[in-house]
Write a protein that binds this ligand. Structure first.
Ligand code: GRG
Length: 305
């Protein structure tokens, strides 16, 4: 199948499932429900769900069972962006061309909607019974309980204080300082890389991959995570403002150290190109089965938004 059609199919299914799992605005507490929905449907690229499904598809084509996990990853990602945009963190007014959650709903509601998305993600992963709706039944996470528990644990660790939160804390603590490359790579690995790694490894695990195969894919995902962040840094200098839905130059304005500010544009691009080649090589074992994942890898490394 053509890659863009496959992307569309996966993201449409994930969006329909998210719509089914998120509380509706006509239920109690309409304001927070509206805020949660606003951020989840604000135009994200759905890269993490896509990674999960494509890693799964290397071993099995029954990707329907990935849907609850794909939704959980997107909910966690969305929560992290809502909190990252808050005045206490990056203090951004716009994301994806739209007002950020706290600008529209106020700071307290934005914090709570992020908290609610994070907890909803784990309710969804656990298969809590109120999700016995049409979507949950169609896309049930039918894997052995020990696999399910392992996936939940890995995603929790990736989002937690040794993963994404650690990265954010280290990032905040570095403000106004110039880190060396190893420090910066460590921040990026945790802040951006951990959820990407969890997406790829969970996808493989759900499909019944062996530990050795999951480890191998982990090498690929780590390279992808590093590349993802370098490209994010490059986009801040030369991305497409209209497509990104935000202004360039924010890292420079905030005096934020990035791979680009440390090494300059040319060296950052050299590193991106090297990581891209390494990531593609890391997939060679999977031959033709990894074609879709190669397409996504190319998009991540050379995207303009
Ligand atoms: C607040 C706990 C907490 C963590 C925040 C992820 C993060 C940590 C901060 C976001 C800062 C940032 C822009 C990091 C760069 C990598 C990244 C996550 C970019 C956005 O991801 P995309 O491009 O976003 O997948 P879309 O908009 O497509 O969903």
């Amino acid at each position: 199948m053509d890659f863009s059609l496959l992307w569309k199919e996966i993201s449409t299914t994930v969006d329909q499932a998210l719509d089914a799992f998120l509380p509706h605005t006509d239920e109690q507490l309409p304001k927070i429900h509206e805020a949660m929905r606003y951020s989840v449907f604000a135009g994200g690229k759905r890269i993490r769900p896509l990674l999960l499904v494509l890693a799964h598809n290397l071993f099995s084509s029954r990707w329907a069972r990935c849907v609850p996990v794909a939704c959980a990853l997107e909910l966690i990602h969305t929560y992290s962006l809502i909190h990252d945009d808050l005045p206490a963190m990056d203090d951004d007014d716009y994301r994806r061309g739209k007002l950020t959650a706290h600008k529209l709903y106020g700071e307290a509601m934005a914090i709570l909607s992020g908290d609610a998305l994070l907890t909803l993600a784990f309710a969804l992963l656990s298969g809590e019974e109120r999700f016995e709706n049409e979507f949950y039944l169609a896309y049930k996470l039918e894997v052995p309980p020990e696999v399910k528990l392992q996936v939940i644990g890995e995603i929790a660790a990736a989002a937690g204080v040794k993963g994404m939160i650690a990265g954010q804390v280290l990032d905040l603590e570095m403000e106004g300082q110039i880190p060396d490359l190893a420090t910066l790579e460590n921040i990026n690995k945790r802040k951006t890389g951990s959820l990407i790694l969890a997406a790829v490894q969970s996808g493989a695990r759900l499909a019944g991959a062996t530990n050795a195969q999951i480890q191998l894919l982990g090498n690929y995902a780590s390279l992808l995570g590093r590349g993802f962040q370098i490209v994010d840094d490059l986009l801040d200098v030369e991305g497409n403002e209209e497509k990104m839905g935000k202004k360039k130059g924010m890292d420079i304005k905030r005096n934020k150290a990035t791979i680009v500010s440390l090494y300059g544009l040319a060296k950052a691009k050299e590193l991106r190109d090297k990581l891209y080649k390494d990531a593609i090589n890391a997939l060679s074992l999977f031959e033709d089965d990894a074609e879709a994942l190669r397409n996504l890898t190319r998009f991540v490394f050379y995207r303009d938004y």
